[in-house]
Ligand binder design. Sequence first.
Ligand code: ADP
Ligand code: MG
Length: 679
Amino acid sequence: MLKKELEIFTFADLLEHFPNRHIDKTKVSRIRDIGPHTDFIQVAGTLINYEMIGAGRGKRLVAQLKDASGVLELAWFQGIGWVTRNLHVGSDYLVFGKTGFFNGRPQIVHPEIEVYVPANADGKSFLEPVYPSTEKLKARALNGRQIGKLTQALLSQVQPKDIKENLPQAILGSLQLMNRYEAYQHIHFPASNELYERAMKRLKFEELFIAQVRMNLVRLQRHKVSRGVVFAKVGELFNTLYSAYLPFELTGAQKRVLKEIRTDTARGHQMNRLLQGDVGSGKTIVALLSMLLAADNGYQSCLMAPTEILSQQHFTGLSELLKEMPVEIALLTGSTKTRERKRILKGLLDDTIHMVVGTHAVIEEVVQFKNLGLVIVDEQHRFGVAQRARLWEKATIPPHVLVMTATPIPRTLAMTAYGDLDYSVMDELPPGRKPITTVHRNETARAKVMDFVRSEIDKGRQAYFIYPLIEESEKMSYEDLMQGYEQVKCFFPEPKFSISMVHGRQPSVQKETNMQRFVKGDTQIMVSTTVIEVGVNVPNASVMVIESSEKFGLSQLHQLRGRVGRGSEQSFCILLTGLSASKEARERIKIMCATNDGFVIAEKDLEIRGPGDIEGTRQSGALNFKIASIVHDKELLELARNEAEKLVEEDVELGMAKNSPLKIFLQGQGRKNGWGKIS
Ligand code: ADP
Ligand code: MG
C-alpha cells in the first residue's frame, strides 16, 4: 500500500518521506471559533455519538465531537469499518483537518484523529510531524500521523552509522550545517522550531549540493577530459570585420560573451555553451564573430536556425557583412535547388565553403564537412537533443557547440536544468532602443485600438495581429483566426492596405511567401497565429495587437512582443482581453505592461507557474527535488552551486580523502537510480 501510493519501498524511503509541516500539540482551538475562513484546525473533545447516514454513494459515517465551546461534525465516506472498530463514544480525541460547513454546521471530512493525550503528558516533543498521505491510505487508517508513528519507530532504531554523513567536513563547518544523522532526527521530530529550521537547511543544502556536484562533474569532466579543436588565435578575419565592417560598437555584454567563447575554444577541450540573451540583445553578431574565429583557425562552422525564414534572414544579414571579405558562406535548407545543393556539398567537403547557414537540412547525413569546428544552434528549444547529437558524427574531434536562446530562463532554473552546460548571459540591449510601450485594453475598446493602428500605418509602419493557438482545438483556433482576418479587413477596407496571413494549416511555401511579403513591406498588416517565426526581424513593424492575450503564457507574450521594437521608432504592444480574464491572467498582463525585461518576466513566470511548467524543463530530472525549491531557496542554491564548483574544480576525480564520503554516497545513489558513472 505504501509502495503504490507514495512510492515508499525501503526504510530509507520512509526516512526521506519528509513531513510537510508540524503541528504544535499545545495549540488546540475551540470549536466555537471555527468560521467560514478557518482552514486547517486542531481541536480536542469527547466523541458523543456516531451513526450511518445516507445511502449509495452518499453513504457516510457521521460523528459528533464536543468540547466546552461547541460541537463539531466529523464525516467518513471510506474506512468506516476502521472507525467504528477503533473510536469509542465517551472517549477524548485530538482531531485535525480542514474545516468546511455542511448544512450550516462546521464539519471535517476524513479528519486525522487519535486518542487525546494532553500536551507533554507523554513526554513527547511539542512539534509533531504531519506527513503527506493520500485518500486511499487514509481510508486504511494510514494517515499522516500513522506514518509518523512508523517513522518514529524507525528513527529510534537507527544509529549514526546508518545515516552516514555525505558532505565534506569543511563545508559543514564553514556553513554551520547540522550533521546528517541529526538532521534526519530533527526534520521529523524537532525538539524546537530552531532545530527544525536547521535540519531543513541542512537537507535542502544537501539536495541542491549533490545535484550541483553531479552537474559540475559532467561539465568539468568535459573540460578536462574531452578533446576539442583548438582555436589558438584571433586572426585577420575576425579583426577585419571587427574594425572595418561592424556597423556599431559591441555592447559590453557582447564583448564579455565573446571573450568567454574565445577562452573556451582555445583550451583544447570541447565547448558546450548556452547563450541566453533577451530578444534583440544582438546574438547574431556574436555568432558571426565566433564563426570568424573558427575560420581564422582554419575551421568551418555552421549556424542552424529552426525555420527557413530565419535561415534566409541570417544568411542575407551575414552575407552583407561578409561581402568584402574572403569568406565563402552558403545557405542550405530543404528548398535549396539540386544544383546549388550539389555545389554546397562539394564545397563543404573540400573546404572552399567556410560557413553554412541553414535549417536541420544542415545535419542530414549526406552533408559532410572537411573540418567542422563550430556549430551554433539558434533558438535551441526547437532542436531536439537527438538532432544535435548527429552533429557529433560530422567530425573526428567533436566541434564546439554554442546554443543560443532568446527565451530567458531564470538563473536558478538555468543552473539546475542546464547546469552541465557553460552558461553566458547577455542582459544588455544595444544602446538607443526605445522601450516598447505596452498597454492593456478591453475588447470594448477595439474601435479605438484599430484607429490607433491605422494612424501608425499611415505614418508608414507595419502592424501584427496575433491570435492564440489553442492546442486542444486546432479547428477553433483556425476559425478564430479567419474571423479575426475578416474583422481586420473590415477595419482596413481601402486598397492601400494589404494584409498577409500566416497560420499552421498553410502549406509551407505559401507561409513563406506571405511572410516574405510582409518582410519586404509589400503588405502592411500581418495576421497570424503564434506560428509567426521566433526571431523574425522586421524593424519597420512597430505595432503588435495580441488578441485574447489572456490565453497566452508570460514567456510567450514576451517572445511575441519581441517582434516589435526592433527599429528606431517608438513601438507599441496592445494586449486585448475579453472581460472574463482570470485573476492570474490579469496578473500576467500587468507584469507585461510593467516591464520589458525578459529576465524579470521569466522570474515572475517561475513564481506563478512553478518550475515544472517552464518550457523545456519538464523532462528534466534535475528538478525533482524532495525538499528544496528553486523558487524559494535561491540563496541556498547559489551557495550549493559555489561550493560544488569549488569542490569539483579542485578534485574532479573525487579522489581526495576528504571527499570520499561524498564519492561513496554518489556511487550508491548512482546504482540506486541507474544513473551514469561517477568514476
Ligand atoms: P537577437 O539577440 O534577438 O537574435 P539580433 O542579433 O537579431 O538579436 O539583433 C537585433 C538587432 O540589433 C539587429 O538589427 C542587429 O543588427 C542590432 N545590433 C546587434 N548588436 C548591436 C550593437 N552592439 N549596437 C547596435 N545594434 C546592434
Ligand atoms: Mg536571433
